[in-house]
Design a protein around this ligand. Structure first.
Ligand SMILES: [Fe+2]
Ligand SMILES: [Fe+2]
Length: 279
């Protein structure tokens, strides 16, 4: 039976008060427009599914392009422009910073850092890329800005960046990490951030670290895949107490990555995610 992300207050979200819908964030990543492995049909389908889902917010965690070229940005933008949502936040990835691609990013998507504070939800995104390098960095100069952003009163705080802050199983040799991941994680813990969303590894996964959950998205529409992982995007349903995160395969079913409580931080991870698929 198909297990679908729910945006209607049914199924997994049933613990919330009757009639109150979960707040839904759709998380897509690693479009890689222009890559030989980019599959237009998958991106078309993801757009249709997301417009049916009607998320409150869409977040895109980088690698919109493959080489940072203007025509690749234009192609990625044609898809993202079709998404209907209250707000979209986009941060660049290491591929977008190739060939001085960040100038096109700024022209088409605006600042490389972004924030959103509404309805008790705070989402803050930064550019973790460095020109022509594959590793990630946040940098000491941005910690204070992050602290100021997360000072806004909120019930749920989300941080976006392209590179994962924690290693992702099933991705081979550990490389291209965030150079200051430890310091960044400490800042996020101090800021009471609930959820970190990233991409880059093309493998969906979730970790809990103290009271912080770090959730990675796969590649939404490419065959740049590791092991048996399939193209997918994530759907985050934020209820009164329970947060449920799904990975959804365009054209296919969805399965739950993790479910956690905001009051106790107890969590339940589902079997059959990237660890198993990568073997
Ligand atoms: Fe990527
Ligand atoms: Fe990347």
């Amino acid at each position: 039976m198909e297990a679908k992300p729910v945006a209607s207050g049914t199924g997994e979200a049933a613990s919330k008060p009757a009639g109150k819908k979960p707040y839904v964030i759709a998380h897509i990543s690693d479009i890689h427009a222009g890559s030989q492995y980019f599959v237009p049909n998958l991106m078309d389908r993801a757009v249709i599914e997301l417009n049916e889902l009607k998320p409150n917010v869409v977040v895109v965690t980088g690698d919109l392009t493959n080489e940072g070229f203007k025509q690749e940005y234009l192609l990625a933008k044609t898809y993202l422009d079709k998404l209907q949502c209250e707000k979209m936040l986009v941060v660049p990835g290491n591929h977008d910073a190739r060939n001085v691609g960040y100038v096109h990013f700024e022209e088409m998507f605006g600042p490389r850092q972004s924030f959103f504070h509404r309805d008790g939800i705070s989402i803050v995104g930064v550019d973790s890329s460095e020109p022509d390098l594959d590793y990630g960095t946040i940098g000491r100069h941005r910690y204070q800005w992050l602290r100021e952003q997360f000072e806004t009163p909120a019930d749920f705080r989300v941080f976006l960046l392209h590179h994962p802050l924690l290693p992702v199983p099933g991705t081979g040799r550990e490389r291209n990490m965030v150079y200051d991941a430890g310091d960044t994680l400490e800042v996020l813990q101090q800021c009471k951030v609930n959820l970190v969303l990233s991409g880059h590894k093309h493998v969906p996964h979730a970790w809990r670290l103290e009271n912080l959950f770090a959730v990675n998205a796969g590649t939404v529409c490419t065959l740049r895949l590791r092991g048996k992982v399939r193209p997918c995007y994530n759907v985050i349903e934020i209820g009164e107490d329970v947060v449920t995160i799904w990975r959804k395969y365009p054209f296919h079913d969805a399965d739950r990555i993790i479910k956690f409580s905001l009051s106790t931080f107890a969590f339940e991870k589902s079997r059959g995610d990237a660890e198993g698929e990568a073997r």
